[in-house]
Design a binder for this molecule. Structure first.
Ligand code: NAP
Length: 287
Protein backbone atom coordinates (compact mmCIF):
# COMPACT_ATOMS: atom_id res chain seq x y z
CA UNK A 1 0.00 0.00 0.00
CA UNK A 2 1.32 3.43 -0.97
CA UNK A 3 0.58 6.46 1.19
CA UNK A 4 1.73 9.81 -0.18
CA UNK A 5 0.57 13.42 -0.49
CA UNK A 6 -2.24 12.37 -2.88
CA UNK A 7 -3.74 9.63 -0.70
CA UNK A 8 -7.41 10.21 0.12
CA UNK A 9 -9.15 8.75 3.11
CA UNK A 10 -12.50 6.99 3.49
CA UNK A 11 -13.69 6.85 7.09
CA UNK A 12 -15.91 4.56 9.11
CA UNK A 13 -17.83 6.53 11.75
CA UNK A 14 -19.36 4.37 14.48
CA UNK A 15 -19.18 3.66 18.20
CA UNK A 16 -17.71 1.13 18.69
CA UNK A 17 -15.96 0.23 15.39
CA UNK A 18 -13.32 -2.27 16.50
CA UNK A 19 -15.36 -5.31 15.36
CA UNK A 20 -15.94 -3.96 11.83
CA UNK A 21 -14.92 -5.91 8.73
CA UNK A 22 -15.25 -2.81 6.50
CA UNK A 23 -11.55 -1.77 6.76
CA UNK A 24 -10.52 -5.24 5.58
CA UNK A 25 -13.10 -5.21 2.76
CA UNK A 26 -12.27 -1.77 1.36
CA UNK A 27 -8.48 -1.79 1.87
CA UNK A 28 -8.34 -5.19 0.13
CA UNK A 29 -10.30 -3.76 -2.81
CA UNK A 30 -8.29 -0.48 -2.95
CA UNK A 31 -5.06 -2.50 -2.89
CA UNK A 32 -6.21 -4.93 -5.58
CA UNK A 33 -7.12 -2.02 -7.89
CA UNK A 34 -4.02 0.01 -6.90
CA UNK A 35 -6.18 3.01 -5.92
CA UNK A 36 -4.55 5.71 -3.83
CA UNK A 37 -7.20 5.48 -1.11
CA UNK A 38 -7.14 4.21 2.45
CA UNK A 39 -10.07 3.18 4.70
CA UNK A 40 -9.77 3.94 8.43
CA UNK A 41 -12.23 3.14 11.26
CA UNK A 42 -12.89 5.98 13.73
CA UNK A 43 -14.74 5.49 17.02
CA UNK A 44 -16.87 8.66 17.25
CA UNK A 45 -18.88 9.42 20.40
CA UNK A 46 -22.46 10.52 19.61
CA UNK A 47 -21.78 14.07 20.90
CA UNK A 48 -18.80 14.35 18.52
CA UNK A 49 -20.67 13.29 15.36
CA UNK A 50 -21.35 16.81 13.96
CA UNK A 51 -17.67 17.73 14.37
CA UNK A 52 -16.59 14.44 12.75
CA UNK A 53 -18.85 15.02 9.72
CA UNK A 54 -17.57 18.61 9.38
CA UNK A 55 -14.07 17.15 9.57
CA UNK A 56 -14.78 14.91 6.56
CA UNK A 57 -15.54 18.08 4.55
CA UNK A 58 -12.63 20.13 5.89
CA UNK A 59 -10.09 17.33 5.43
CA UNK A 60 -11.49 16.43 1.99
CA UNK A 61 -12.14 12.78 2.75
CA UNK A 62 -13.39 10.80 -0.27
CA UNK A 63 -16.37 9.61 1.78
CA UNK A 64 -17.40 7.52 4.73
CA UNK A 65 -19.47 4.67 6.02
CA UNK A 66 -21.70 5.36 8.98
CA UNK A 67 -22.68 2.62 11.41
CA UNK A 68 -24.40 2.06 14.77
CA UNK A 69 -25.34 4.32 16.57
CA UNK A 70 -25.02 7.17 14.02
CA UNK A 71 -27.07 6.00 11.01
CA UNK A 72 -30.13 8.11 11.90
CA UNK A 73 -28.35 11.16 13.37
CA UNK A 74 -26.29 11.66 10.22
CA UNK A 75 -29.46 12.25 8.15
CA UNK A 76 -29.50 15.87 9.37
CA UNK A 77 -25.77 16.35 8.81
CA UNK A 78 -25.53 15.38 5.12
CA UNK A 79 -25.96 18.09 2.45
CA UNK A 80 -28.13 15.91 0.20
CA UNK A 81 -29.91 12.56 0.60
CA UNK A 82 -30.80 9.73 -1.78
CA UNK A 83 -34.47 8.72 -1.98
CA UNK A 84 -33.59 5.43 -0.27
CA UNK A 85 -31.80 7.10 2.64
CA UNK A 86 -34.78 9.40 3.16
CA UNK A 87 -37.31 6.54 2.93
CA UNK A 88 -35.38 4.19 5.22
CA UNK A 89 -34.55 7.04 7.59
CA UNK A 90 -30.90 6.02 7.83
CA UNK A 91 -27.61 6.78 6.07
CA UNK A 92 -24.79 4.22 5.93
CA UNK A 93 -22.72 5.88 3.19
CA UNK A 94 -21.46 9.43 2.63
CA UNK A 95 -19.95 10.43 -0.71
CA UNK A 96 -17.88 13.64 -0.97
CA UNK A 97 -18.60 15.88 -3.95
CA UNK A 98 -16.57 18.95 -4.84
CA UNK A 99 -18.61 22.01 -5.75
CA UNK A 100 -17.93 25.64 -6.68
CA UNK A 101 -14.85 27.12 -5.07
CA UNK A 102 -13.68 23.66 -4.00
CA UNK A 103 -16.31 23.36 -1.27
CA UNK A 104 -16.97 19.72 -0.39
CA UNK A 105 -20.55 18.58 0.11
CA UNK A 106 -21.66 15.20 1.42
CA UNK A 107 -24.26 13.02 -0.31
CA UNK A 108 -25.93 10.56 2.06
CA UNK A 109 -27.09 7.17 0.75
CA UNK A 110 -28.34 3.88 2.18
CA UNK A 111 -26.63 0.93 0.46
CA UNK A 112 -28.00 -1.65 2.95
CA UNK A 113 -31.12 -1.89 0.75
CA UNK A 114 -29.13 -2.73 -2.42
CA UNK A 115 -26.88 -5.06 -0.41
CA UNK A 116 -29.86 -6.91 1.05
CA UNK A 117 -31.64 -7.27 -2.31
CA UNK A 118 -28.62 -8.44 -4.34
CA UNK A 119 -28.59 -12.12 -3.13
CA UNK A 120 -32.38 -12.41 -3.74
CA UNK A 121 -32.13 -11.49 -7.44
CA UNK A 122 -31.83 -15.12 -8.69
CA UNK A 123 -35.14 -15.91 -6.91
CA UNK A 124 -37.06 -12.87 -8.15
CA UNK A 125 -39.71 -14.86 -10.00
CA UNK A 126 -40.61 -16.88 -6.86
CA UNK A 127 -40.69 -13.77 -4.73
CA UNK A 128 -42.98 -11.47 -6.70
CA UNK A 129 -46.30 -11.26 -4.86
CA UNK A 130 -45.28 -13.92 -2.29
CA UNK A 131 -46.06 -13.88 1.46
CA UNK A 132 -43.05 -12.85 3.56
CA UNK A 133 -41.97 -12.55 7.20
CA UNK A 134 -39.37 -10.33 8.84
CA UNK A 135 -38.08 -11.35 12.30
CA UNK A 136 -37.05 -8.24 14.28
CA UNK A 137 -38.08 -4.60 14.02
CA UNK A 138 -34.84 -2.59 14.32
CA UNK A 139 -32.82 -0.54 11.84
CA UNK A 140 -31.97 -3.42 9.50
CA UNK A 141 -35.63 -4.57 9.48
CA UNK A 142 -36.67 -1.15 8.20
CA UNK A 143 -34.23 -1.34 5.24
CA UNK A 144 -35.38 -4.92 4.57
CA UNK A 145 -39.09 -3.95 4.65
CA UNK A 146 -38.46 -1.03 2.30
CA UNK A 147 -36.51 -3.26 -0.11
CA UNK A 148 -39.13 -6.03 -0.12
CA UNK A 149 -42.19 -3.78 -0.42
CA UNK A 150 -40.75 -1.65 -3.24
CA UNK A 151 -39.22 -4.58 -5.18
CA UNK A 152 -41.52 -7.59 -4.77
CA UNK A 153 -44.96 -6.22 -3.83
CA UNK A 154 -45.47 -9.14 -1.38
CA UNK A 155 -48.97 -10.60 -0.90
CA UNK A 156 -48.40 -10.11 2.82
CA UNK A 157 -45.54 -8.87 4.98
CA UNK A 158 -45.54 -9.88 8.63
CA UNK A 159 -43.16 -8.13 11.00
CA UNK A 160 -42.54 -10.33 14.06
CA UNK A 161 -40.71 -8.88 17.05
CA UNK A 162 -40.40 -9.68 20.74
CA UNK A 163 -41.61 -6.14 21.50
CA UNK A 164 -45.01 -5.96 19.76
CA UNK A 165 -45.15 -2.14 19.92
CA UNK A 166 -41.92 -1.90 17.91
CA UNK A 167 -43.28 -4.28 15.26
CA UNK A 168 -46.51 -2.26 15.12
CA UNK A 169 -44.63 1.02 14.80
CA UNK A 170 -42.43 -0.31 11.98
CA UNK A 171 -45.44 -1.84 10.17
CA UNK A 172 -47.23 1.52 10.30
CA UNK A 173 -44.13 3.41 9.11
CA UNK A 174 -43.44 1.20 6.08
CA UNK A 175 -47.09 1.04 4.98
CA UNK A 176 -46.48 3.84 2.49
CA UNK A 177 -43.83 1.83 0.60
CA UNK A 178 -46.08 -0.84 -0.91
CA UNK A 179 -49.58 -1.82 -1.81
CA UNK A 180 -49.92 -4.62 0.79
CA UNK A 181 -50.65 -3.84 4.42
CA UNK A 182 -47.73 -4.93 6.64
CA UNK A 183 -48.88 -6.77 9.77
CA UNK A 184 -47.27 -6.91 13.19
CA UNK A 185 -47.16 -9.93 15.52
CA UNK A 186 -45.28 -10.86 18.65
CA UNK A 187 -42.33 -13.10 17.80
CA UNK A 188 -43.68 -16.10 19.75
CA UNK A 189 -46.97 -15.90 17.79
CA UNK A 190 -45.36 -15.90 14.34
CA UNK A 191 -45.61 -19.68 13.67
CA UNK A 192 -48.57 -19.49 11.27
CA UNK A 193 -47.05 -16.66 9.23
CA UNK A 194 -43.70 -18.45 9.09
CA UNK A 195 -45.23 -21.67 7.77
CA UNK A 196 -47.13 -19.81 5.04
CA UNK A 197 -44.26 -17.60 3.93
CA UNK A 198 -42.05 -17.99 0.88
CA UNK A 199 -39.38 -15.72 2.36
CA UNK A 200 -38.29 -15.47 6.01
CA UNK A 201 -35.67 -12.84 6.90
CA UNK A 202 -33.96 -12.78 10.28
CA UNK A 203 -32.90 -9.26 11.23
CA UNK A 204 -32.40 -10.00 14.95
CA UNK A 205 -28.86 -10.63 16.25
CA UNK A 206 -29.99 -13.97 17.76
CA UNK A 207 -27.50 -16.67 16.75
CA UNK A 208 -24.60 -14.30 16.24
CA UNK A 209 -21.12 -15.17 17.54
CA UNK A 210 -20.48 -16.06 20.36
CA UNK A 211 -24.11 -17.19 20.96
CA UNK A 212 -24.08 -19.59 18.02
CA UNK A 213 -26.43 -22.11 19.71
CA UNK A 214 -29.27 -19.58 19.80
CA UNK A 215 -31.95 -19.17 17.14
CA UNK A 216 -34.78 -16.65 16.75
CA UNK A 217 -37.13 -19.54 15.87
CA UNK A 218 -36.87 -22.77 17.90
CA UNK A 219 -39.30 -24.97 15.94
CA UNK A 220 -37.81 -26.20 12.64
CA UNK A 221 -41.25 -27.58 11.59
CA UNK A 222 -42.04 -24.05 10.38
CA UNK A 223 -39.55 -24.48 7.52
CA UNK A 224 -40.09 -26.40 4.29
CA UNK A 225 -38.85 -26.87 0.74
CA UNK A 226 -39.86 -23.98 -1.47
CA UNK A 227 -39.03 -21.40 1.20
CA UNK A 228 -36.08 -19.05 1.26
CA UNK A 229 -34.63 -18.37 4.72
CA UNK A 230 -32.27 -15.40 4.80
CA UNK A 231 -30.25 -14.57 7.93
CA UNK A 232 -28.56 -11.14 8.00
CA UNK A 233 -25.99 -12.43 10.47
CA UNK A 234 -22.59 -13.03 8.80
CA UNK A 235 -20.64 -14.30 11.83
CA UNK A 236 -21.01 -17.29 11.73
CA UNK A 237 -21.67 -17.65 8.00
CA UNK A 238 -24.11 -20.51 8.70
CA UNK A 239 -26.26 -19.84 11.76
CA UNK A 240 -28.31 -22.44 13.63
CA UNK A 241 -31.43 -20.95 11.97
CA UNK A 242 -29.97 -21.58 8.50
CA UNK A 243 -28.70 -25.07 9.34
CA UNK A 244 -32.16 -26.14 10.60
CA UNK A 245 -34.04 -24.53 7.70
CA UNK A 246 -31.72 -26.21 5.19
CA UNK A 247 -32.32 -29.57 6.85
CA UNK A 248 -36.05 -29.07 6.17
CA UNK A 249 -35.31 -28.41 2.47
CA UNK A 250 -35.41 -24.59 2.42
CA UNK A 251 -33.02 -22.49 0.33
CA UNK A 252 -30.78 -20.55 2.71
CA UNK A 253 -28.87 -17.28 2.39
CA UNK A 254 -26.38 -15.86 4.93
CA UNK A 255 -25.44 -12.24 5.65
CA UNK A 256 -21.98 -12.26 4.06
CA UNK A 257 -23.32 -11.55 0.56
CA UNK A 258 -25.34 -8.61 1.95
CA UNK A 259 -22.27 -7.29 3.74
CA UNK A 260 -20.29 -7.42 0.50
CA UNK A 261 -23.24 -6.07 -1.53
CA UNK A 262 -23.67 -2.97 0.65
CA UNK A 263 -19.90 -2.39 0.58
CA UNK A 264 -19.78 -2.74 -3.23
CA UNK A 265 -22.64 -0.24 -3.64
CA UNK A 266 -20.68 2.30 -1.57
CA UNK A 267 -17.33 1.51 -3.23
CA UNK A 268 -18.57 2.27 -6.72
CA UNK A 269 -19.72 5.71 -5.55
CA UNK A 270 -16.34 6.58 -3.96
CA UNK A 271 -14.15 5.19 -6.74
CA UNK A 272 -16.23 4.95 -9.94
CA UNK A 273 -15.14 1.28 -10.11
CA UNK A 274 -16.81 -2.06 -9.46
CA UNK A 275 -15.50 -3.68 -6.28
CA UNK A 276 -13.31 -6.77 -6.94
CA UNK A 277 -15.60 -9.01 -4.89
CA UNK A 278 -13.65 -12.26 -5.39
CA UNK A 279 -10.58 -10.73 -3.74
CA UNK A 280 -12.75 -9.39 -0.92
CA UNK A 281 -14.40 -12.77 -0.25
CA UNK A 282 -10.98 -14.44 -0.21
CA UNK A 283 -9.71 -11.88 2.34
CA UNK A 284 -12.82 -12.29 4.54
CA UNK A 285 -12.62 -16.09 4.53
CA UNK A 286 -8.88 -15.99 5.29
CA UNK A 287 -9.12 -13.59 8.24
P1 NAP B 1 -31.19 -3.21 16.00
O1 NAP B 1 -31.63 -1.93 15.40
O2 NAP B 1 -30.61 -3.23 17.36
O3 NAP B 1 -32.46 -4.22 15.92
C1 NAP B 1 -32.37 -5.55 16.41
C2 NAP B 1 -33.75 -6.20 16.45
O4 NAP B 1 -33.59 -7.52 16.96
C3 NAP B 1 -34.76 -5.49 17.37
O5 NAP B 1 -36.06 -5.68 16.87
C4 NAP B 1 -34.58 -6.27 18.68
O6 NAP B 1 -35.74 -6.28 19.49
C5 NAP B 1 -34.39 -7.67 18.14
N1 NAP B 1 -33.71 -8.52 19.12
C6 NAP B 1 -32.53 -8.27 19.74
N2 NAP B 1 -32.24 -9.30 20.58
C7 NAP B 1 -33.29 -10.16 20.51
C8 NAP B 1 -33.60 -11.39 21.16
N3 NAP B 1 -32.76 -11.94 22.05
N4 NAP B 1 -34.76 -12.02 20.85
C9 NAP B 1 -35.60 -11.48 19.95
N5 NAP B 1 -35.38 -10.30 19.30
C10 NAP B 1 -34.23 -9.66 19.58
O7 NAP B 1 -30.06 -3.89 15.09
P2 NAP B 1 -29.94 -3.82 13.48
O8 NAP B 1 -29.05 -2.71 13.10
O9 NAP B 1 -31.30 -3.91 12.92
O10 NAP B 1 -29.11 -5.16 13.18
C11 NAP B 1 -29.70 -6.41 13.42
C12 NAP B 1 -28.82 -7.57 12.90
O11 NAP B 1 -28.63 -7.46 11.50
C13 NAP B 1 -27.42 -7.64 13.52
O12 NAP B 1 -27.12 -8.98 13.77
C14 NAP B 1 -26.54 -7.09 12.42
O13 NAP B 1 -25.22 -7.63 12.48
C15 NAP B 1 -27.27 -7.58 11.18
N6 NAP B 1 -26.97 -6.77 10.00
C16 NAP B 1 -26.28 -7.37 8.98
C17 NAP B 1 -25.98 -6.63 7.85
C18 NAP B 1 -25.21 -7.29 6.73
O14 NAP B 1 -24.65 -6.57 5.89
N7 NAP B 1 -25.21 -8.60 6.65
C19 NAP B 1 -26.38 -5.28 7.75
C20 NAP B 1 -27.10 -4.70 8.81
C21 NAP B 1 -27.39 -5.47 9.94
P3 NAP B 1 -35.95 -5.16 20.63
O15 NAP B 1 -36.17 -3.87 19.88
O16 NAP B 1 -37.10 -5.64 21.39
O17 NAP B 1 -34.66 -5.11 21.41
Amino acid sequence: MRIDAHTRVVALLGYPVEHSLSPLIHNTAFGRQALNLIYVAHPVRPEDLPAAVDGLRALRFAGANVTIPHKQAVLDLADELSDQARAVGAVNTLVAKEGDGGRVSLYGDNTDVAGFLAPLRPYAERLHGAPMVILGAGGAARAVAYGLLTTYAPASLTIAARTLEKAERLAAEVRAFGAGVPEAVRLDRAGGALRESQLIVNTTPVGMHPHVDATPWEDPCAFSAGQIVYDLIYNPERTRLLAEAEREGATVLGGLDMLIGQAAAAYVQWTGREMPTEAVIEALRGR
